[in-house]
Design a protein around this ligand. Structure first.
Ligand SMILES: Nc1ncnc2c1ncn2[C@@H]1O[C@H](COP(=O)(O)OP(=O)(O)O[C@H]2O[C@H](CO)[C@@H](O)[C@H](O)[C@H]2O)[C@@H](O)[C@H]1O
Length: 643
């Protein structure tokens, strides 16, 4: 089959004319012709997806046109999207093995689904989606290209899971170049030669758009000199970068342009997209759709979802910076944020600020948090970080979906970072991983000594202070403790001090190191997570897959995913996958850890039961992807936010 042909987009050009005077659409003018290379590659991908639906039958596509279908050799061209002069500007090819259902059928489905409560979604459904969408993730990090924590994991995995289910998925994130080895991760991304002009911060910025097609997903990297510097995506040894508002404003503008200007696979994503904005860095996207594009007829059928991974960071800056965002003056209210009196710096401080995450919560069509427990917590004064009233007022569109695990990356039977592989049927490799880890850390190699691990950012959220203050008490017991993390210097110093005091029992590894994080996850008996708040938490999910028993503070996603061990349940067979303790104090942490250590050391059968129940849990992204699809359907039921 030849590559699909495409006409120049007069459709979008017409919209450009409507929006004359608004420079932000300059990139649309360059919307081009089919790329032979992209076309062939993309066509293969759609065929592969369609084949996977051969058995199940029907679906419709939403996105690059679903207006008209036409017969083609071996299949159907779905949804020829036409402009005012009847030129086809986009379509997709579905082989005959798959039939296409009508829009009425979609509406019926949506009406039926609308009656369901939004907070809880059944996870048992693994059938293919009835509707496929053009999904655009916008994120400050996506593994393996960039990762400082769980956000990178989620944005590196969920898009692939959604693409595998038939959606057309693009991920837009910055092309970070720090001059080191990690730059190689972007080596396969090619310049699309569609430089895009962005009007913000009182001037015009030109960004490049690089592209790599991998694992069924279009990875689009925004290139700009402000992303080329040493450090993490957010800062360096001197703290957070002072121009982060600028850097992530660029990202959001570029992400809104990319679906319109990039003919990926031969045709653009078009403007009936579903944007998934992650955390504050992408929070401007829903506002841009409503304020910059929709008034000019572009993205009038698009929808947006804000996914909250971390409410503690909201992108708050002084009110005078509003003019930097490149938004019309009338939209200030969407970003307006007034600090309570007690939080102001001095008596004359009016407390006026702009808050990017708040604006996304106001203007997005749906809100998702990464666990059901956290979806509730953020509507309370304890968990809402000042946004609880706003979030409560939007409860009807707020859904909690627990993150999944990338089962290719986190699989003890294939993990390339491990010295020995193992599975639920043969756990002997886990003992070898433990011995190898003890040796690697320079700890006594002792199979009988319970080994406890911690992995995570060294900051207040992760409760590192509680763990470090409990450590000397824990050291009275015959245990070993290893901590891997980077973050606040005071905690790094505290770890170094503990290591010099407890040479045979404690190791603190300061830094960010993915291979060692895998080896700790596999080699430890127990993984401890005393997080003050945790939207979802991924390490406890990884630990359970690796037969490592989690001991967690009972909060947010940790409470949702770890069930406390009950040795008497099921006629003595036992139940539960770990320990979830509360309140978060040194004493209750020590009590939970001591119970876990005792069970590990003296009740081998119970311990094996705990390990196996954790390993059996289905925490794959497929579950979460199905739940996201439900939210997509709901998002398209209501009209988009219009201000
Ligand atoms: N020093 C180090 N070396 C190597 N790897 C390290 C590391 N420190 C952390 N990691 C890795 O970073 C990830 C951390 O994920 P988490 O979900 O635990 O936390 P995070 O707070 O970043 O994410 C936020 O977003 C995620 C995703 O939604 C939510 O699960 C979470 O609750 C929320 O706080 C894991 O993959 C972990 O292994």
């Amino acid at each position: 089959m030849e590559a699909l042909q495409i006409a120049p987009s007069k459709y979008l050009a017409a919209k450009l004319v409507q929006s004359s005077g608004i420079n932000c659409f300059s990139g649309v003018r360059r919307l081009g012709f089919a790329s032979l290379l992209y076309g062939k590659r993309k066509h293969r991908s759609f065929c592969a997806r369609a084949r996977s639906y051969k058995e199940e039958g029907e679906f419709v596509s939403r996105g690059s046109g679903n207006a008209q279908n036409q017969e083609a050799e071996g299949g159907v061209l779905v949804g020829a999207e036409r402009d005012g002069t009847d030129s086809v500007v986009g379509f997709r090819f579905i082989p005959h093995s798959v039939s296409v259902i009508s829009d009425e059928r979609v509406l019926e489905t949506q009406e039926a689904e609308a009656d369901k409560p939004s907070e809880e979604i059944s996870t048992s459904d693994t059938t293919p989606p009835s509707t496929t969408y053009n999904v655009v993730f916008v994120t400050s990090e996506a593994a393996p290209y960039s990762k400082t924590g769980g956000l990178g994991d989620v944005c590196g995995s969920l898009p692939i899971a959604l693409a595998a289910r038939g959606h057309r998925v693009m991920v837009v994130s910055p092309r970070y170049m720090d001059g080191g080895l990690s730059d190689k991760k972007f080596a396969n991304a090619v310049d699309t030669e569609k430089p895009t002009k962005i009007h913000c911060f009182g001037g015009v910025q030109e960004v490049g758009l690089f592209h790599e097609y991998r694992a069924g997903v279009d990875w689009v990297f925004v290139d700009h000199p402000s992303y080329h510097r040493p450090g993490t995506p957010y800062g360096d040894g001197f703290g957070a970068f002072g121009d982060n508002q600028f850097r992530f404003t660029l990202l959001c503008h570029a992400a809104c342009e990319a679906p319109l200007v990039l003919p990926l696979g031969g045709y653009t994503y078009g403007d009936e997209c579903l944007f998934i904005a992650n955390d504050w860095h992408a929070g401007l996207v829903p506002v841009l759709l409503a304020a910059k594009y929709r008034p000019h007829g572009v993205y009038k059928d698009a929808r947006s979802i804000i996914v909250i991974h971390n409410l503690a960071h909201q992108g708050v800056e002084p009110a005078v910076t509003y003019k930097n965002f490149g938004l019309p003056p009338g939209w200030y209210k969407a970003l307006e944020w007034v600090f309570p009196t007690w939080a102001r710096t001095h008596a004359l401080d009016p407390g006026e600020a702009v808050n990017v995450l708040k604006s996304a919560i106001v203007t997005a069509d749906r809100i998702v948090t990464v666990s059901q427990g956290y979806a509730w917590e953020i509507t309370t004064p304890d968990g809402g970080y000042g946004l609880q009233e706003l979030l409560s007022s939007r409860k009807s569109v707020l859904t909690g979906i627990t993150n999944g695990v990338d089962t290719d990356e986190w699989n003890p039977s294939t993990d390339a970072h491990l010295p020995s592989l193992y599975s639920i049927d043969n756990l002997s490799g886990k003992a070898e991983c433990k011995a190898a880890l003890q040796a690697e850390l320079g700890l006594p190699v002792r199979p009988d000594c319970p080994l406890i691990g911690f992995i995570g950012r060294l900051d207040y959220q992760k409760g590192v202070d509680i763990l470090l203050s409990a450590a000397p008490h824990l050291m009275y017991d015959d245990v070993q403790l290893v901590m891997l993390g980077s973050g606040e210097k005071q905690y790094e110093d505290w770890m170094r001090q503990l290591e010099s005091t407890y040479k045979d029992k404690y190791r603190g590894w300061v830094g960010f190191n993915v291979p060692i994080s895998h080896r700790i996850t596999a080699g430890c008996d127990i993984l401890v997570m005393p997080s003050r708040f945790e939207l979802c938490g991924l390490n406890q999910l990884y630990a359970m897959r690796y037969g490592t028993v989690p001991v967690v503070h009972s909060t947010g996603g940790l409470r949702d995913t770890v069930q406390t061990f009950d040795p008497y349940a099921k006629e003595g067979a036992g139940e539960g996958t770990g320990w979830a303790f509360s309140p978060l104090t040194k004493d209750s942490l020590l009590t939970a850890l001591q119970r876990a250590v005792l069970t590990c050391r003296e009740h081998k059968t119970s311990w094996e039961g705990l390990m196996k129940r954790g390993m059996e849990k289905n925490t794959s992204w497929d579950n979460a992807a199905v739940q996201y699809e439900q939210v997509f359907d709901w998002a398209f039921i209501d009209p988009p936010y219009a201000g």
